[in-house]
Write a protein that binds this ligand. Sequence first.
Ligand code: NAD
Length: 440
Amino acid sequence: MKGWQPLKISIIGTGYVGLVTGACLAEIGHHVTCVDIDEQKVGMMQAGHSPIYEAGLEALMQKNMEAEKLSFTTDSRGGFQHADVIYIAVGTPQNPDGTTDLTAVEVAAELIAQHVVKDVIVVTKSTLPVGTNAWVKEQIRLNLRRDVTVEVVHNPEFLREGSAVYDTFNGDRIVIGAESREAALIIEKINEPFDVPVFMTDINNAEMIKYASNAFLATKISFINEIANICEKIGADVGEVSYGMGLDKRIGSHFLQAGIGYGGSCFPKDTSALVHLAGGVEHDFELLKSVIRVNNHQQATLVDKAKQRFGSLAGKRIAILGLAYKPNTDDMREAASLTVIERLVEEKAAVIAYDPHAIEKAKPILPRSIAYGGSLQEALTEADAAFILTEWDEIKRFPLSDVESLMNSPILFDGRNCFQLEEIRKHNIEYHSVGRPSIK
Ligand code: NAD
């Protein structure tokens, strides 16, 4: 790493992306100040606690805080004053009409403009629709208080929640989109110790790479889910089908597992934003619209199966196993459990939910009428049916003999195909999964 030097980096927005980025940049040697408006979150982080559940993150935070390379503040003025580089990692959620809400990005740009006192590179990590980085640069330029130069570089984030720290050190690529080659080279240098391949391009391309990547992965998921739905009707097993498909390197086995569809803070909003972006240039993105429709439908299929099985779900005690949108995270945004539980409550089922890490985040957004189990055992006890919605290891490893003995009637609706059919056949369990024959 010839000529490598640590820089003073500030990060605005300390959520799943900002906090992981901050801790990892500190770990490779930079001096990082994380700025967030959420006082409670900042208080927690100052005390060395991570507000999100993410493997290895808290230890990394504590180590780098002790080494005085990582700090947290709500004070953007102090946070930005000495920065060589400022990362924007605030949220870009979905507006009700499906477009992207850029309010937090606009506020971040204004704060940067107000408080920077020397030339700085602003790196946008947030997912931003094509054209937004030019707008960010303009927002900063319009509000700049001092005679300083600000360059904007887009560095979209590809980490996966649940393995975010690992992904930062082992990513497939770092995409750097910039107008200024000099600024791009500085950002490349910052990231050098990660030893991840860098792809440099212009800003528009970088913006599009992020959306196109997420849309493609979402397409793979909806594709295999449609294959699963056909498999159910013709008596085939989608597990076998996707395995056989994935052996072809052109197809690949990733993102080819059938289930109750994708959720989370990225795929739903990013696919919707891309449809809108296309619409804005008079392109009807029919394929992606279908991907979204298929996903919305897929989330409802398990409840439909249960209704078919029981006739009425009223008064049935139903255990929900897994609430987070995927395992190893506590993120509840757009989790399938939200849709499934809402439907079950509408059907007047008595719901008892369990998740190893997401219950605290789930409680404020789930119906008040549902109960929570302190353990898998508690949730399953006396249940008339159980829905598996998140494939946590704890759920996959739970002894099926206990499922059999704890439940009132051992009937599983497995939205994540956690078990091999042969395994289930060894037990007295009724089993309905996705794209595979039911076992009765
Ligand atoms: P998040 O909601 O977890 O975090 C956003 C943070 O920004 C919050 O802590 C919030 O308090 C803070 N914030 C908002 N306005 C602020 C302001 N004016 N000043 C300071 N802090 C402010 O969001 P996230 O999941 O980390 O996502 C951030 C961006 O990264 C989004 O654009 C998202 O699409 C993108 N992204 C997310 C992931 C992911 O897996 N979560 C992956 C890739 C890209």
